[in-house]
Design a protein. Structure first.
Length: 274
């Protein structure tokens, strides 16, 4: 069963949120919150399928759209590129905190055991999940899928261009939209460099941590997963490289069905989160 709600952020923005609930009511169900990545959204490709499969195994699974990800009422289209342009890493951390606060307050409504909170993040969402797990003791387990190891991914020349123009444009190869990122994103990264340092945050994590990475990832090289693992507490962290698959583990948008690699990912997420 899926319940659709809107969570109001601390910046007074709406965050569209899906809550997947097992069909057989039980008490004290573990809670998993999923974080999409850059140019992503909660309804992309196989994400709903992933969360449905998790809930079938006795979890409350949650997906939400970051408030400035550019998606609003049309859940499949980037209709608010003005908001996308103004998004920052710190805003996404605030959004995640607001979602966690909501479930801390309302977990009883869903028979969720808030003390069993897992964060599950894909790509940039994996980086955000790492930062949050390092600073928030309410997070009890962490899983990343093709997570980035740093947010500062821009050359000095690119930064100079960014500052001069006031924005950078990236092409969404699926929609053919040119998507602006305003200079405020880079300012946030520079102003909050300590808090937004992913590898430094990894070194602070003292909870079970599962890193899942496709070996053929063309968007986030597998060396980034290795860097995350090398910075982690090896007694609590497991890195699993999956051969012959890439950034989205063979899943496309619109969703065209699952595959053995994606099913393997789902099984590992479920087994780790029990």
């Amino acid at each position: 069963m899926k319940k659709e709600i809107v969570i109001k952020s601390s910046h007074n923005d709406d965050m569209r949120t899906d809550i997947y609930i097992p069909s057989l009511p039980k008490e004290n169900l573990p809670l998993i919150i999923f974080l999409h990545g850059f140019k992503g959204f909660k309804d992309w490709g196989g994400f709903p399928y992933l969360l449905e499969k998790i809930s079938e195994k006795g979890f409350i699974s949650v997906a939400f759209n970051f408030s400035y990800n550019g998606i609003e009422d049309d859940l499949m289209s980037f209709t608010r590129l003005d908001k996308f342009a103004e998004n920052t890493f710190s805003r996404e951390l605030d959004d995640l905190n607001d979602v966690i606060n909501y479930f801390e307050k309302n977990s009883h409504e869903y028979n969720a055991d808030f003390s069993k909170l897992t964060l599950l993040g894909h790509s940039r969402g994996g980086g955000i999940a790492i930062l949050k797990a390092a600073e928030d003791s309410r997070v009890r387990r962490l899983i990343t899928l093709a997570a980035v190891s740093e947010f500062n991914r821009y050359s000095e020349e690119r930064k100079m261009e960014w500052k001069k123009r006031g924005y950078l444009e990236v092409l969404n190869t699926r929609t053919r939209q040119k998507m602006r990122m305003n200079y405020t994103l880079l300012e946030d990264l520079e102003k909050n460099s300590e808090r937004l340092n992913i590898l430094k945050s990894v070194s602070k994590i003292k909870i079970p941590f599962l890193i899942l990475q496709g070996k053929e990832d063309l968007a986030v090289d597998y060396s980034e997963a290795e860097a995350i693992y090398n910075a982690s507490d090896k007694t609590l962290t497991n890195l699993i490289m999956i051969e012959h698959t890439g950034h989205t583990f063979g899943i496309v948008h619109p969703f065209a069905g699952t595959n053995p690699y994606f099913e393997k990912i789902i099984d590992m997420i479920i087994n780790f989160s029990k």
